[in-house]
Design a protein around this ligand. Structure first.
Ligand code: GLU
Length: 572
């Protein structure tokens, strides 16, 4: 076997664009990136879009934005304008979309056919199905038997083609033991007969993954293939193809799968699982309504989804369902984590720990450190467990370590993408106040927006649901919260619009508490909080009142007092 040891180190990340970038894919990209950088090498991005059914250009671009956000910029690959305006990609081994490389694949396939290392096969799907069923009935694994197809004459081929049969190209797999050497998993031997004459060009004229990957890894001078463990068995096919094509073998390293803590695979289905559980708990027999006021899915689809674990809601319906049920969906794709307000540097740090560790109990590090220290000998063989609580704790720590200005800038960045209406309504100046008020307790960049939706809600939409804590704040004690609320209104009304700020509010309300001998500010702060927010949690009260502004505060207090007018009885 020839190896490619003395060349510049080149790794590649080769996603199939079937949606957004899954965290597992992001971890693979991260390790490829770190390995290349740590060896002064190149990191190539190649889009494996030969599966026409699944690919879409938009999906491909989603991947690119996800990688950009994580800071994993490719030295070679699709040309892309990063968020910061920089352009990355290009390179002398393109194109980097496989769908644009068909001529190269065809030329190599023609060569293999001419050399007798590949052949045309004309089996119909029905014939293949029958062969598969026969294998199943005899309890043996299905292996394509190429004897008949190999023996076809040119005239036979012409006839079969004329009949309109599907025509694929199959690789004439040499029947011998295949030794796979893996930098992480060690060595494994696949006995002769395990790899059959697999398809290398599909009936639609596109190469299969196996063929394209082998040709492109060589064309792009890839020296190290780091990819998920699920591809380990494919490596046998790749080694055989490399030999048939006279191409060098790259070094292989198969990375452990990332699992949920319960041992299940992290998949988009987790979102449906969470929603289904919530729908069942709530006893919902019909789909709740979406933002447009009509059911999110029709009755039949809802029943099917509820009863069948394998049915998935389309992305938008899942988001609408989550909002309607008040469920936080488990994050699966990089974009999910971004939307939830995780910091890219935290996700990078955390993902690196899924399958690798630098040792010495070191857990917090940045991308530069990872590039310096990453080595395959510290990658584990066993599945990694995705510990969400730890990720959240990392995120909280990182947010707390930011200075005020950085937190504000990043909060705004996040909001411009996911909560533009919130920012427009609150105004950038008040956003600074919100950042200052929520910095210390925000675990994510999303929390200040989601937790403070009341700040930008219509005054008339605030309501006070039956709730123990609300009840306590408003109706318990003597005088109770409602009484204190009503009593402080004249003092608040006396504050001029321009003077409605933390300092004035603090002075006025402290004076009010002292004059009434209420003992502590909480006696009026908590009822105020409930009145203006409809809940019992908000940023510090004076900040909250300042951010909301005089008009909204007074209107909400008035509405709250009216809402409880007839039930102002202490309940205990
Ligand atoms: N397109 C393949 C995937 O997304 C790449 C596998 C490989 O790295 O060889 O799984």
């Amino acid at each position: 076997m020839s190896h490619v040891a003395d060349r510049t180190t080149v790794t590649r990340f080769a996603p199939s664009p079937s949606g957004n970038l899954h965290v597992g894919g992001a971890r693979t990209a991260l390790f490829c990136y770190a390995f290349a950088k740590g060896h002064d090498g190149r990191f190539v991005l190649r889009i494996e879009d030969t599966d026409q059914k699944r690919s879409s250009e938009a999906a491909g671009l989603g991947f690119l934005a996800d990688l950009d956000w994580l800071g994993l910029h490719w030295d070679e690959g699709p040309v892309f304008t990063c968020q910061d305006g920089r352009s990355v990609g290009g390179g002398e081994h393109g194109p980097y979309f496989q769908s644009e490389r068909l001529a190269t694949y065809d030329a190599a396939i023609d060569r293999l056919i001419a050399e007798g290392k590949a052949y045309l096969a004309f089996d119909t799907p029905e014939e293949l199905d029958a062969a598969r069923q026969a294998a199943r009935a005899e309890k043996r694994a299905f292996r394509y038997d190429g004897a008949a197809a190999r023996a076809l004459s040119d005239a036979d081929r012409e006839r079969l083609r004329a009949e309109g049969r599907p025509c694929v190209v199959r690789f004439a797999s040499p029947q011998r033991d295949i030794v796979i050497r893996d930098e992480i998993l060690g060595e494994a031997t696949l006995p002769a007969g395990e790899v059959d004459d697999f398809v290398i060009r599909k009936a639609d004229g596109f190469p299969t993954y196996h063929f394209a990957v082998v040709l492109d890894d060589a064309a792009m001078q890839v020296t190290h293939v780091l990819r998920a463990q699920e591809h380990f068995n494919n490596t046998a096919k790749h080694l055989l193809l490399q030999e048939a094509l006279g191409l060098p073998h790259p070094t292989y390293a198969h990375l452990p799968i990332i699992f949920n803590p319960d041992g299940s695979k992290m998949s988009k289905r987790d979102k449906d699982k969470a929603l289904r559980e919530a729908a069942k708990t709530a006893g919902l027999e019909k789909s709740p309504d979406g933002p447009d006021g009509s059911p999110i899915v029709d009755e039949k689809a809802y029943a099917r989804w509820l009863g069948d674990k394998t049915v998935q809601l389309p992305g938008e319906a899942a988001t609408a369902m989550a909002a309607a049920l008040g469920v936080a969906l488990p994050e699966i794709d990089v974009e999910d984590f971004r939307r939830s307000g995780y910091l890219p540097e935290v996700l990078v740090n955390f993902l690196a720990l899924n399958g690798w560790s630098p040792g010495d109990d070191l857990e917090k590090f940045d991308l530069a450190f990872l590039c310096q220290r990453f080595a395959l000998d510290r990658v584990v063989k066993t599945p990694a467990r995705f510990d969400r609580a730890k990720l959240l704790a990392f995120n909280l720590d990182a947010i707390q370590q930011m200075d005020e200005a950085t937190f504000l800038a990043r909060l705004l960045d996040h909001g411009r993408r996911y909560h533009p209406g919130f920012i427009a309504r609150l105004g950038e100046e008040r956003m600074a106040a919100l950042a200052a008020a929520s910095h210390a307790r925000s675990k994510t960049l999303d929390e200040p927006y989601v937790g403070n939706a009341f700040l930008v809600a219509d005054d008339e939409s605030i309501s006070w649901p039956p709730d123990k804590a609300i009840d306590k704040a408003l109706r318990k004690g003597e005088p109770n919260g409602l009484a204190n609320l009503a009593a402080c209104v004249p003092a608040l009304q006396a504050i001029d619009e321009h003077a409605w700020n933390v300092a004035t509010l603090e002075r006025v309300l402290e004076t009010f508490v002292a004059e009434r001998e209420l003992g502590n500010i909480g006696k009026v702060a908590q009822p105020l909080r409930v009145a203006v927010s409809g809940g019992t949690v908000s940023p510090p009260i004076f900040d909250t009142l300042e951010m909301l502004g005089r008009t909204s505060c007074l209107r909400r207090i008035e509405r709250c007092l009216a809402a409880f007018e007839h039930s102002n009885v202490a309940t205990s």
